[in-house]
Design a binder for this molecule. Sequence first.
Ligand code: PGA
Length: 327
Amino acid sequence: MRKIVIAGNWKMNKTVAESVKLAADVVAAARDVRNVVVAIAPTYLALAKVAEVVKGTNVRLAAQDVHWENQGAYTGKVSADMLKEIGVDFVIIGHSEQRTYFGETDETVNRKVKKVQSLGMTPIICIGETLAERKEGRLEAVLTTQVNGAYAGLSADEALRTVIAYEPVWAIGTGVTASDDEAQEAHAFVRGLLARLYGDNVAQSISIQYGGSMKPENAAGLLAQKDIDGGLIGGAALKADSFLGIVTPGSRSASSLSVPRQATGLAPGAAAGRTGAPGFSSLRLRAPDSGSAPDARPDHPANLRLGACAQRTVLGSPGFYWRPRLA
Ligand code: PGA
């Protein structure tokens, strides 16, 4: 079972005041979103203020990075404890900008993942190839190295408490997006890597976001792919309306499904780190993929758009529902 996770990565944008305003706009616009996990990642400087804005709402707080040590002489860095203290749920780790400009390696990604997990937060592990790597036919080798590196030493249980963001580097901030097919192909490959490491059930339960110039105009097509479970959004997350233009299908889903809010894992204040409630693992509500249909997930934005929500079945157990198998 896995969940659609749409996270806004604000990067080094927005002052504290602007961040508070944008967070408030996102909270207002996402008020009815229930079966899509919505998260925003402001700068470290704005995190504490934004935490106050999102507290008790269905918008989750994400950080853009973390250090793997608890404390000490690491000028400019922030520890996982510090993030946990202010209510961070997700931590973006291994973003390509970190890898390219700040010396992030698969080994440091792995250390950060373990540290974040040890405190009950969910890492969003970024992977992806450069244009040169893709052209040289090294896509699979690069993704294999990055996935193996990030998950080194993680148990299946720990792997279940991760999110992956597949972000082709050449698509980030360039306006060029991977085609739906290119993205799906890479996502399926990544899921295959996870299956090799942890078995198919675990692999089918891990959400894999797409990132790289995702925007309202191309989101539906990307999200329609069976192995794409959300997005990590940069530029389009800097305005509430374009961000919500990617999240909105999930919002429609919420109103048509009548799933109790709590059952979606999005109960106000229920986020790990704020109340001690279960972490992200409790949010994975969807059944594993089974078929080769374009996408049979009832809560999938593409299906919502296509009107497939009529086929949904809400089971007796609160909030759990299974998508119909079309294949
Ligand atoms: P972009 O950034 O949407 O601006 O391409 C995505 C990311 O870097 O996570």
